[in-house]
Design a protein around this ligand. Sequence first.
Ligand SMILES: [Zn+2]
Length: 205
Amino acid sequence: MEFSSKLLEKAVDEMSQLPGVGKRTALRLVLHLLGQPKENTLQLAEALSTMRNDIKFCKNCNNISDTDLCEICSNPNRVEDVICVVEDIRDVMAIENTSSFKGLYHVLGGKISPMDGVGPNDLNIEPLVQKAREGKIKELIFALGSTMEGDTTNFYIYKQIQEFNITTSTIARGISVGNELEYTDEITLGRSIINRIPFETSLKS
Ligand SMILES: [Zn+2]
């Protein structure tokens, strides 16, 4: 792609780093931004920059938050010792939308995936095991989706906490959360949380 402007080229290059955005789409988006009133484009740039600079990760559950302790963890009405293990904030949002879960979350930040070079130490697993060790968990609910990576991650965590006196359960198999929520309606997801099954049972199926 030949550009008559280096500034334009730079913007297109940056935009095309986004997932699913090729050079042509990037050019279309950049030209769109250029056609907008200047303040609109600057507002977008500022929102991105402020988000990147100021965003925090909850020190209890690792969810994306504006404060040190996220709104869910700081809500006194949530059940502290029932913890739902999820991959990322999309899962938290999906489950929160069902209004079927009153416990807290633990956000791993990914799934174990040897193919992608992601091992247990790359994820936020140790703080969860630490909580288990300290007796702060009564029930752990796995909600990682039933991909091979999800299963591997569930099983790894299960092994780590097996020695502690914790009830483990999983949402119904075949239910996808977060990223794949478009395939699952809220009622189905909500029902699968309420009717969660013992983790050991899921291993046998
Ligand atoms: Zn939190």
